[in-house]
Ligand binder design. Structure first.
Ligand code: PFF
Length: 445
């Protein structure tokens, strides 16, 4: 099967579109808030540089050399034991699982675009009541917007690499960056900007324990879209002769800068108009809308623009989460793109409804096991097991299984003297880090 190719800028924007998602704008600021800012942000940045960047290059390499869906690429590149190594490619399943809750959250964002136009909450209590009402009682609103998310994402997937994914990213990514930069420029002009900078960069090491460390590593992975075949699958459509290292650099750079810009902007607004850095997932859905209200008329405009940007970030990531399995069914079973996209779309849509219901009073009890409901279990399972496992397999595969000279022939010219450091880190540092993350999430450490 012939795979369509991205243009150079199309690839960078699509891979950055995958990386820049709810993780950057929704999750990063609130976990940074939870772990006290500065020191956590530093650990996260170091992890991104040391581990994230090197795995990103490795994942791109598998796609670039394999040129097929993940499973086939692993199978073809493994010199021996192909029938076993091909399972490495099933990391694409993680993306589909993540979509089960990701799509529900995109639904909330759609809903917030609309409510930002009609009515912003006048204070944090009202914001909290509104959010909880939506989350715990309002099945139909959530279902409606979850359905819209499903239709949008599936439609783009049916249009393929060039006409769907590349085209969407070429429009949405620049728009998202313009919106965020515009709002960031406004934030810089406010008195509290300095406070936000202090919060994000002044390190208070007392807040750092092993849990913060593991969260930082896990988040670096999630935010860079590593370990679930998204980057690998896009890289199968990279132009011949592309420079993987430059591409990986751009993706990591855009992803990290957008997380920092979003974090600084949100904390400035929260210091100036709200109650300071809020903790927990409610930051964006509760504290922020109330702060926008305090801003007056410009706050109304910002609120709408902000949730549009957030929706764009989520949608461009979503298509990359589903595409690996779409590609798999097209390549291995000769399914048409239409059939593969609709089937995969229905998978996350229908199971997503269960995730949605697991937050609703009356269903919650049925769909909760132990300390987590279905929604949280899917999040936990993917972040704790599937993702680090994907990273571990990939590092071992590129570090030990593919012949060194094959890896070297592509990457030595691009990495130059840094090749040996990269190779060493991939073989020894990354697998250990992934293993520790997995054990710690599972509660063993
Ligand atoms: N990187 C995305 C985010 O930060 O929200 C989420 C994501 C997308 C994870 C695609 C994994 C992936 F394959």
């Amino acid at each position: 099967m012939k795979i369509a190719r991205f243009s150079r800028i199309g690839f960078i924007l699509a891979a950055a579109g995958s990386a820049v998602g709810l993780g950057n704008i929704w999750k990063f600021p609130y976990i940074a808030g939870e772990y006290g800012g500065g020191a956590f942000v530093l650990i996260y940045l170091i992890t991104v540089l040391l581990i994230g960047f090197s795995i990103m290059i490795a994942e791109m390499l598998i796609g670039y050399l394999g040129k097929r869906d993940g499973v086939t690429s692993f199978e073809e590149l493994a010199p021996r034991n192909k029938h076993l190594w091909k399972f490495g490619g099933f990391q694409g399943l993680a993306g589909l699982f993540i979509m089960i809750f990701y799509s529900v959250v995109i639904g909330w964002i759609f809903h917030y675009i609309v409510t930002s136009i009609t009515h912003l909450p006048t204070n944090v209590q009202e914001a909290e009541t509104t959010f909880n009402a939506m989350l715990h009682t309002n099945i139909f609103t959530q279902l409606f917007y979850h359905t819209l998310a499903f239709i949008w994402i599936t439609y783009i997937l049916t249009k393929g690499i060039k006409g769907g994914i590349e085209k969407m990213n070429l429009v949405l990514m620049p728009t998202l960056m313009i919106i965020l930069l515009g709002m960031f420029a406004y934030a810089v002009s406010l008195d509290t900007f300095g406070q936000a900078v202090d919060f994000m960069f002044k390190a208070d090491w007392s807040k750092i324990d092993s849990k913060a460390f593991v969260t930082a590593v896990g988040h670096a992975f999630f935010t860079l879209s590593l370990g679930m075949g998204a980057i690998m699958t896009y890289s199968a459509s990279m132009e011949k002769g592309s420079n993987l290292v430059t591409n990986a650099f751009w993706v990591v750079f855009l992803d990290t800068s957008i997380a920092i810009v979003a974090g600084l902007m949100l904390f400035t607004f929260l210091y100036q108009y709200g109650s300071g850095p809020a903790k927990g997932p409610g930051l964006v859905f509760i504290s922020l809308p109330a702060a926008f209200y305090e801003m007056g008329i410009i706050g109304n405009v910002f609120a709408v623009l902000f949730f549009i940007a957030l929706a764009f970030a989520g949608l461009t990531s979503s298509v990359s989460l589903v595409e690996p399995m779409v590609q798999y069914f097209m390549d291995r079973f000769s399914w048409s793109r239409l059939k593969a996209s609709i089937s995969m779309g229905l998978f996350f849509y229908l199971i997503g409804i269960i995730a949605l219901l697991s937050n609703i009073d009356g269903y919650k009890e049925l769909l909760t096991w132990g300390d987590k409901n279905f929604f949280d279990w899917v999040d936990h399972f993917t972040a704790a097991i599937m993702l680090p496992l994907g990273g571990l397999v990939m590092a071992i595969f590129v570090g030990f299984v593919i012949e060194k000279q094959r890896v070297e022939s592509v990457l030595r010219p691009q990495l130059g003297f840094a090749f040996d450091t990269w190779y060493f880190s991939l073989r020894y540092i990354t697998p250990v880090a992934m293993f520790i993350v997995m054990l710690s999430f599972m509660g063993v450490l």
